[in-house]
Design a protein around this ligand. Sequence first.
Ligand SMILES: Nc1ncnc2c1ncn2[C@@H]1O[C@H](COP(=O)(O)OP(=O)(O)OP(=O)(O)O)[C@@H](O)[C@H]1O
Length: 257
Amino acid sequence: MMDDALLTATKVTRTFGGYGGCRDISLSLWPGEVLGIVGESGSGKTTLLRSLAGLDRPDTGRILFRHGEDPIDIYAQDESKRRALMRTEWGMVHQNPRDGLRLEVSAGANIGESLMAKGERHYGRIRASVQDWLARVEIDPARIDDNPKSFSGGMQQRLQIARVLVAEPRLVLMDEPTGGLDVSVQAKLLDLLRVLVRDLGIAAIVVTHDLAVARLLTDRLIVMKDSRIIEEGLTDQVLDDPHHAYTQLLTSAVLSA
Ligand SMILES: Nc1ncnc2c1ncn2[C@@H]1O[C@H](COP(=O)(O)OP(=O)(O)OP(=O)(O)O)[C@@H](O)[C@H]1O
């Protein structure tokens, strides 16, 4: 039963020759909700995210996405329909901005392309929207024609976020969005992400091994260990009053760090 959920995964399993990956994962995501997936390295977070993102077909299980009135099974669509859906309805923010940007074109083109992919053709409107988005992610709009290769890591990540959010996706998937950045840059980026996601009312799934990121960004948390969900609940509840021994260990490790 789908209820009003935007995305529902039911008993999703994706292993690699029977090893690793994620197993028997069921979850729902509601419109406007930010869901965190936490757990140690190798617990299956990225595998799950890729399956939810339509990038990696599960061995078994189903992923439904609410599209208009009807939930659709994303892996029951043919490849071109699934790609079209992914382009218009959801976006992916990669840990390494270089995986989510086109480095051979300008910063402005990186954002403008997303608008064109959604059907916008008016040059003046595209340029105005690009400038607006550069400002929103705190990049000087005067740098619109610069190549992102000349940007710092933090700026590249903010550009990647603008490239994704300008298309107004209903769902954003993020894999360690602040990983690989200096701590001070991370904090600013997190603040920015939080404001943008809240302002736009976007639903998001954030994979992170960093509980501080989960605390700041997410409403609800899933804790994974050995490919499975071992605990889930409201973020504050899970972090302040963890029930599973492993979650207690995770949270105490942070507290004593
Ligand atoms: N393409 C692959 N081929 C073989 N095994 C894989 C592949 N991708 C992931 N795995 C295995 O599946 C398990 C889960 O990996 P996954 O990358 O999903 O974990 P993770 O929680 O995202 O880890 P990290 O935080 O280090 O990125 C690991 O044991 C990993 O070795």
